[in-house]
Design a protein around this ligand. Sequence first.
Ligand code: GAF
Length: 358
Amino acid sequence: MSGTWSAPGRVNIIGEHVDYAEGLCLPFAIAERTVVQVSRRDDERLHLSSDFEQGTFDGELSEIGPGTPKGWAGYVAGVLWALRAAGHRVGGIDLHVTASVPLGAGLSSSAALECATAIAVDELFELHLPRTELAAACVRAENEVVGAATGGMDQAVSLLATAGHALLIDTRSGDTRQVPFAPAEAGLAVLVIDTKVRHALADGQYGKRRAAVEEAVARIGSLRDADLAAVATLPPQIRPRARHVVTEIARVQEAVALLEAGRLAEIGPLLDASHASLAGDFEVSSPELDLAVETARVAGALGARMVGGGFGGSAIALTPLDRVDAVSHAVRAAFAASGLAEPDVRIAEPSAGAARDQ
Ligand code: GAF
């Protein structure tokens, strides 16, 4: 038994660094997908290879565990490990990655790889699991096998997205809701600006932010319920981190209300405020992301912000269709003038979630 499955990357409209704090986030799936060809084996071996990543992995399922295998293979093997840990009957596979969401661009290439693997294994081993359960296995793979303490936003949207919609994720209840999101119909585009500065979530900064948020929760309770008066009682070193989370959750609620009222063009100031909070209070932006955001706004974007974990990767800019060329050109020119590598600028189309291709 074999086939080809794929899962998309994502951009997040708003709700950044809140998915591990019982917050709300509003990502959509992009057209770029990670594609895996997978065959079921009748033993307990894994053979993993990729057109995109260095190295292959050959080993037994029993070898998988925290930190093993290293590198990209951990995302794939980790999914099988997590499904087995949850009691599901999963055996060996041969898996080859033939296409990928851009790596390290903040567009969630890791979750796309996990989710493509998860739906392939679900079908090949006839598990018939709900997508929410597959998402949970992907998160465990990333947290426990790869060792990156990420939340669950990326896996949820990669598995649950529908075209023409963003996915409102309530990370406290686990509930999700499809929110219509069709920028082109409103004369707009979401530009994705990949700064080409690569980030690594396992490098420590992400974990430090998460630890600061957890310390705030230990002191004042869930930040989902907290107000700014409670945040003001926190020690100065964690106060701005908590303030970001509290204000960002409120911005998501405002953005959803605007989108559901058909007022997409009005979310720009919320994107700008989100970026200011991520750069100032949460300190996860970078000079390149700030340059992309600032230049896009000056050239006519209605709002712009960094997306994903930060420290590099991509920004988004909500841009009137008749300003797309001007914004793209201005951003490229600003990067060239600063001696930076040419950024990749493209329109993101709200796309469908993980599926079997062949
Ligand atoms: C990364 C993580 F994987 C997500 O879980 C989320 O925390 C995001 O950074 C920040 O919003 O993509």
